[in-house]
Structure formats: C-alpha cells, structure tokens
Ligand binder design. Structure first.
Ligand code: ZN
Length: 456
C-alpha cells in the first residue's frame, strides 16, 4: 500500500524525465574534453555563509576560490558539463538562470549540466535577494557578487566548450579517515557533535582525464564531509579542506585542473575541526590520497555518455497549524526556522506547499561508471540505499548538485530528529515527509535504468 501510493505519486506528481543521448556503439565512443576555470574570490567585502550569526564581511583571503568546468563529449557528440565550485551551494534561484544562459549560448540543455559545490563554510554568501539580518549595504554586495558569479560560470562553461580536445578517462577510488558522522546522541536529543560509531562515506572517487599525449589534463575527485573544518569564528576566506586538496593536487601535477565534487556529506563533519591548520592538514590528506590513487591502475571509462535528469516532486509533511505554532515558538527545535516560514504563509491565508521539486540526475559512462548527482545536503543513508537499488560497483554518488535547498534527510534521520531534519531553507518552505526517501530512491533507480546502467 505504502509502496503503491508512492509509485502513484511518482507517476502523477509531475515526474519530468529528460533523457539525453544518441545511440552509439561503445567502440566508436572516444572522448573529447574541454576545461576552463576562473577565480571567484570576492573583490568586495561580502559576508561569509554557512553559519548563522556571522554578519560582518570576511577579513582576509586565506586562499583563492575557484569555479571549474569540465565539458565531456563522447564519440557521438553527446555532451555533459560538470561545474565544481568553492562555494556553500547553488540554490535553484541562482543555478537555473545560469543553466538557461548556458543553453542559449551553447545549445547544451539543462539536463546536461551538473553544478556542484564544495559546501565551504568559509566562502561568500550567495543570494539574489536581500536577507533581513544583513545590513542593506551588505545585502546589496551579496547580490552584486552573486550576479558576477553567475556571469563567470556562464563565461567559463562557454570557454570550456571552445577547448574540446581528444581525451581518455579512467576511474579509481581511495579513502580518507577524517570524515566523521556528526549526529551525536545525548540523553535528551541529537546534537551536532561527534559520533564515531555513526556512518560516514569515506570513499574518495577519482576520475582522471588524460590528453591524447597520455599526460594528465584534469582530475575530478570527491569526498563526503562538510566544508566545516573552520568554525563560526572564522573570518578568513578559503575553500576549506576541499580547496586545499585541489591546490595540493595541482601543485603535485602541474598544469592539471583539479576539481572537487562533494558527496553525501549531510551528516558528516571533518574530524578534528576548528583551526586553519587542521583545514590545511585535511586538504593535504585528501590531496595525497588522490595522488596515491592516480599512481594505481585505474579502470578505463568508455562511452557512450547517457544522461537522465528529473525534477521529482518530493512530499512535504502536512502539519496542523497548532503544531507549526509550537515549533515556531521552540527556539531550540531544528525545525524552528522552517516553522516560522510556514506560519508566515498560513498567516497570509495561503496554503502550505505539499511538495518540493528536487532535481536528480544520473550520468552513465558506457558500462564503466554511473555518476548519481543528487540535490540538497544529502545524508549518508542514501549511499547504502542507492547501493542496494543500483548495485554497489562503479558507482559515484554526489550530493550538493544543482539545487542546495536544504538537507535531504532519510526516513531514519527524520524519525530520530536532529539538525538535518530542519527542513528547506532556500527556495522552498516545509519539512520533508519520510515518504520522500522512497520517491528519491525509486526515481534514481528509474533514471539509472533509462541511462543504461545494469541494475541488480
Ligand atoms: Zn551543511
């Protein structure tokens, strides 16, 4: 019954599939890759994002921030664009206009674009509207910076499409040990702390892109822990551990474009955390591991590239007004902010939204690799849920893609409570229903099937 109801939801509630490929046999699928990057370090005093309570602008640049682009093209001309960034996250309001402009300029469609962010909490705030807690001047600078950022991303993608060169792809993976589950169980509630027995995805997926001369051109790598080595007291701008890891790899492999793609880091923090020194140490640790993996025998990745994309309507909880009022009063409750927004909607006499449209994407590289691009701050449970439904091998699961609307908790996390149940904080209003998990898993399975992954 439960399953059936959700299947119906999947069919009825605007599951928009887009598929992007032309049939091609594996042997004539040789790759081309176009690369470009741009510095996005703010040149004006903007506020940092990720922690509440930091309202003054950054004081110092500890390391530059970048947006980096890799355009992949298989032997039949099918393209896919990966954008990585030293930023907290692209909300839909910022990401969608970027994609529209890319489509206009290059013909590359929305579903062929994947925007990822490292979720650094030492980066600039991103917003196209003024936030009440900011002073008018600061809000205006944030908007100005965000517009410049949008221009740059479009520019860099266009640049990369003009630099397409023959390439080969290979995949491998490593491990890091500084990713720590952060859902600490205390006697009365779950706090943001340290949970050594909790799950964390410690894998380090690596995609190596070689030029026709056999030399490395680019390295796309991942990890799955928050960009929060630096805490709320930090006013130095940098890409946190992911920024330092990219810099380390580029130092060791000169002229290579190192790109970081964040995984299911929703309930994981780096460990230990709190200082710039620790941030650099974690960056070096990850960078060294990526370099070690590059020395091992990697698995060749052939085409064709097949991309399936959907904006899936995920169910939100329907809460009675009394419950919303109680949550809006309870300052300690993780859903306090979401409840305040919900109450404002109700007070205007409007109805609360029942669903949130969540982008999900699957990129299938021949028979060799499946990249799942999930939106939001995805908790680690989705790694095992997707491994179960898609099979565990040749699988790369990224979170924080395309729309960072808030956390994407699992049914387990929702039932337990804690910070990751706080609800939507950007572009939507509400708290996910536990049934959202099944819709996500079934949609990803559907997308993977359409993209051509062999399912168990
Ligand atoms: Zn976060």
């Amino acid at each position: 019954m439960f399953l059936q109801r959700n299947r119906d939801r999947l069919l009825i509630l605007g599951l928009v599939f887009s598929l992007s490929w032309t049939p091609v046999s594996a042997q004539d699928a040789s790759w081309k890759v176009g690369l470009a990057e741009a510095k996005i370090t703010p040149d004006m005093p903007v506020v940092l994002s990720g922690y509440g309570g930091r309202t003054k602008p950054f004081e110092k640049v500890a390391a530059d921030l970048f947006v980096k682009v890799m355009v992949l093209e298989d032997g039949n001309g099918q393209r896919g664009v990966i954008v990585t960034s030293d930023l907290l996250g692209f909300p839909a309001a910022v990401a969608e206009p970027i994609c529209e402009r890319i489509t206009k300029k290059t013909g590359i469609k929305r579903e062929q674009i994947l925007l990822n962010s490292s979720h650094t909490h030492a980066g600039p705030a991103i917003s196209l509207r003024s936030v009440p807690k900011d002073s008018p001047g600061e809000a205006q600078r944030t908007i100005e910076y965000t517009r410049q950022l949008q221009d740059k991303v479009v520019e860099v993608v266009v640049q990369a499409t003009k630099r397409m060169e023959p390439a080969t792809l290979a995949h491998g993976s490593g491990v890091i040990h500084f990713a720590m589950n952060r859902r600490e169980f205390t006697t009365d509630r779950i706090i943001l702390g340290v949970n050594p027995r909790g799950l964390a995805d410690r894998s380090v997926p690596v995609l190596r892109i070689d030029g026709a001369d056999g030399k490395v051109r680019a390295i796309l790598f991942g990890a799955a822990t928050h960009g929060t080595t630096l805490g709320a007291d930090n006013y130095q701008l940098c890409g946190d551990y992911a920024g330092f890891a990219q810099a380390y790899v580029q130092e060791k492999h000169l002229k290579v474009q190192a790109m970081f793609m964040l995984g299911c880091a929703g309930d994981s923090n780096p460990y230990p955390r709190g200082t710039m020194e620790m941030t650099k140490t974690h960056g070096k640790t990850l960078g060294e591991e990526v370099c070690r993996v590059l020395q091992t025998k990697l698995r060749p990745v052939t085409g064709p590239l097949r991309i399936a994309f959907a904006k899936t309507e995920l169910p939100l909880q329907t809460l009675p007004r009394e419950k919303v009022e109680a949550l809006a009063k309870d300052k300690r409750h993780p859903q306090n902010y979401a409840a305040g927004q919900m109450l404002a909607v109700l007070d205007k006499g409007d109805k609360l939204p029942t669903h949130y449209a969540c982008p999900l994407t699957v990129w299938q590289f021949g028979k060799d690799l499946t990249l799942v691009g999930m939106s939001g701050e995805v908790v680690v449970d989705y790694v095992s849920l997707l491994e179960k439904t898609l099979g565990p091998n040749q699988l790369w699961i990224a979170g924080y893609c395309n729309d960072v609307f808030g956390y994407l908790p699992s049914a387990r996390v929702l039932s337990e409570g804690g910070y990751e149940t706080r609800g939507l904080y950007s572009g939507g209003i509400g708290v996910f229903d536990p049934a959202a998990e099944r819709v996500v898993v079934e949609t990803v399975r559907d997308l993977a099937k359409k993209a051509g992954r062999q399912l168990p």
